[in-house]
Each structure stands twice: as structure tokens, then as C-alpha cells.
Ligand binder design. Structure first.
Ligand code: THG
Length: 362
């Protein structure tokens, strides 16, 4: 395959020099920015992530900053998730929807202060939607993309590595909470979160200046922990059922269809509430689906069939070395979504047997 022609439009990150020196071999583009996909090999990266600790350049998790007297009012209009009990040091996984309940994004909301939030977005232009609402209603709020670049530290040795760089108090950060901790005298938001099921942290690095110094400090401190550069792993995140906007869902899906119904609980009159309530009994839903045989890389939907009729589609699939099968994320019609249902999936290399599972693997 061809490489990406470099240009300013495909943005670099404060850590790009680090990932290049570390041997990034394949990358993708996400929020118009470079996201590493592979270093050594998919399988080697996966094994290392599940055994040691990795540092990930996830600057592509861009922030939509919302600040001002009407910040909370704006968030209450955007969020199907009840924000009333959200603590000042908390993060929320939040479905972002349009007026008919269609998914626009699936960000992590970070509460910095009562009047200041970061919406840590997946791969869609959610800033334009947020700004559109704020401008149309002439709200007293600022909406912008700050120069903030998350760096993730993921894997079983993440606590050990982070304690060496940010101090032992990182161990007390609870899941989806954060602390402001100093690196070289600069305070940074350090959250226990990240796009893997191996545990770890995300450091929201503000500005360009501290990017490479922090990157280098993590590698220096983690030498004996065998720290390496890594990136979100399709194999690992599919085992764990972590969803990817644009792959596993888009605007044609509701939060109920993609398993995010548990985050639809706001008592407020948010945009899309009516549309969503009319669609609260979905006719299709995300399922873990096991696929037999050999499968290629997936760059399009693979249709799922039962008795020659299309009953769904696979949107993410990968070999799982640990579970010795192919794991996948699929959208399946109600008639065929029960665990144990046997289906067939049409891959570009031919038909493969598939089976609906009762849950994800990890
Ligand atoms: N971290 C941050 N920003 C992000 C992502 C991230 N923006 C883009 C993308 N990832 C958004 N999508 C997700 C998807 C899943 C999770 C986080 C962001 C996730 N889910 C957990 C799960 O499903 O098990 C926990 C959800 C919960 O129960 O709260 O972590 O990774 N900053």
C-alpha cells in the first residue's frame, strides 16, 4: 500500500519525533492527525501490551474545550448522561447524539471545573456541532480546540512506571478520575483511563514544550520494565469490546444499539431526548461474534448471513492469540442476536462460520 504524503493538513503531534524514533511502521489518520497503528507487528505489540507497559501517542484524542458561565448549560443540552453527580475530578464516557438520537461521537468528558470541560473526542468533527449549538443559542461560552495532547501509559506495569515519573500518589487515582500532578514543575491532568483493558493512565499534555521531555522521561524511568512505544491494539480492544466510532457505529446508530443505553439517564431536556426515547427498544445491537478460519484485515463492513438472509454486519475483526480464535464486533438483528446463534460472515476472502457470544472475551 502507498504511504501518506506528508503535509501540514495531516497533523503531527508533540510526540511524533518519539514514535518515529521508536519505529512506528504503520499509521492511520484520526481527527486529521497521525495515529500510530503498528510498531513491531500487530501480534508482538499486543503481547507486549498485555505483559509489560507501553507509552501511546494518542494526541488524536482531541479536546473540545467548553468554558464560560453557560458551559454547564451547554453540556446539559449535549449530554444524554446525567452530569449532576459528576465530581470536579471525574471523567465520563458519554454518548454524543443528534436530534434524532443518532451517534455523533463517543467522547470522554473531562470536568476541569464547574464552568470548564474538555470533551475528548473520537474521530468526527464534533467541535463544529458543539460550536453550532452554542452560537445558535448565543450562549456565554467559549468553544475551541486547545493545544492538548493525551499521552497514554497502558499495561500491567503502568502503575509502577507512572509512580516513578509522577510519584506514588498516582496509585490512588481511581478509574475515570484524575489528579493534577507535576512533571518538571508543570501541572498535568493525569487520569486513570485509556483505550485498553490492561489498565493505565492518560496524561493530558498542554502545549508542545513538555511532549518530548515527558516521552523521554517515561522511557528512561521504564527501561527495566521493558517499556516500549505502542498504540491502541485492534486485537486487544476487540477482545475487550471497546468500540471505535466510524468503525463500529456512526450516525445511523443510537446509543441503545451500541450498548451505551446505560449512559442515557439525564433528567434534563437535552437535544435528541425525544428522538432517542422513541428508539429505546432497538431492533439490532452490538454483539461479540466469534469467526472461524483465517480472516484478512477488515477495511469495510462484512455482512452477516443466516439462511442466505442478511442479519447484520461485522465492523471490527482480528485474530486473538490468547483466545485462539477470531474476535469481532458486530451489529446483529434482534432475530439473531441471542448467544449461541450460528451465522456466516462474508469476508473478501470468502464465507466464514460465525457465532454470537454472550459477552466480549476480556
Ligand atoms: N480516552 C480519551 N479520549 C478518547 C478515548 C480514550 N477519545 C476517543 C475515544 N477514546 C473515545 N471512545 C472511547 C471508547 C471507550 C472508552 C473510552 C473512550 C472506555 N470504555 C470503558 C469500557 O467500555 O469498558 C469504560 C467505560 C465506562 O464504564 O466508563 O474506556 O480512550 N481521553
Amino acid at each position: 500500500m502507498a504511504m501518506i504524503f506528508p503535509s501540514r493538513r495531516v497533523r503531527r503531534t508533540p510526540f511524533s519525533a518519539g514514535v518515529e524514533a521508536a519505529g512506528m511502521s504503520v499509521c492511520t489518520v484520526y481527527n486529521r492527525m497521525i495515529l500510530p497503528s503498528v510498531f513491531a507487528s500487530q501480534e508482538e505489540d499486543y503481547r507486549h501490551l498485555k505483559t509489560h507497559v507501553q507509552v501511546w501517542d494518542v494526541a488524536v484524542e482531541r479536546q473540545v474545550a467548553v468554558q464560560g458561565p453557560d458551559a454547564r448549560r451547554l453540556l446539559d443540552m449535549l449530554s444524554p448522561r446525567d452530569l449532576d453527580r459528576m465530581a470536579a475530578n471525574q471523567c465520563y464516557y458519554m454518548p454524543a447524539i443528534d436530534r434524532s438520537g443518532g451517534m455523533l461521537n463517543d467522547p470522554v468528558l473531562v470536568k476541569l471545573a464547574e464552568d470548564h470541560f474538555w470533551i475528548s473526542i473520537a474521530d468526527s468533527d464534533y467541535l463544529l456541532y458543539v460550536l453550532g449549538i452554542a452560537d445558535a443559542l448565543e450562549l456565554d461560552v467559549r468553544v475551541w480546540e486547545p493545544d492538548v495532547s493525551p499521552l497514554a501509559v497502558q499495561g500491567p506495569q503502568a502503575n509502577a512506571l507512572m509512580a516513578r515519573v509522577f510519584g506514588p500518589s498516582v496509585r490512588d487515582i481511581r478509574f475515570f478520575r484524575y489528579k493534577r500532578l507535576a512533571f518538571e514543575g508543570r501541572e498535568m491532568v493525569v487520569a486513570r483511563s485509556g483505550y485498553s483493558k490492561q489498565g493505565g493512565f492518560e496524561i493530558y499534555v498542554e502545549g508542545q514544550e513538555y511532549g518530548m521531555p515527558l516521552w523521554d522521561a517515561l522511557f528512561k524511568a521504564g527501561e527495566d520494565l521493558e517499556v516500549r512505544a505502542g498504540c491502541p491494539s485492534t486485537m486487544e480492544r476487540t477482545e475487550g469490546g471497546l468500540l471505535s466510532y466510524g468503525n463500529d457505529m456512526d450516525r445511523s446508530n443510537t446509543p441503545f444499539e451500541v450498548g451505551l443505553g446505560k449512559f442515557v439517564n439525564s433528567p434534563k431536556d437535552y437535544i435528541g431526548k425525544e428522538g432517542l426515547m422513541a428508539r429505546s427498544e432497538p431492533e439490532r445491537q452490538i454483539r461479540a461474534v466469534e469467526i472461524g478460519g483465517e480472516i484478512p484485515l477488515i477495511d469495510r463492513e462484512w455482512p452477516l448471513f443466516a439462511d442466505g438472509r442478511k442479519v447484520g454486519r461485522v465492523s471490527t475483526a482480528a485474530r486473538s492469540p490468547d483466545f485462539q480464535t477470531n474476535v469481532s464486533i458486530a451489529m446483529v438483528e434482534r432475530s439473531h442476536w441471542d448467544a449461541g446463534t450460528r451465522l456466516e460472515v462474508e469476508t473478501p476472502d470468502g464465507m466464514r462460520p460465525a457465532e454470537v457470544k454472550d459477552r466480549f472475551w476480556a
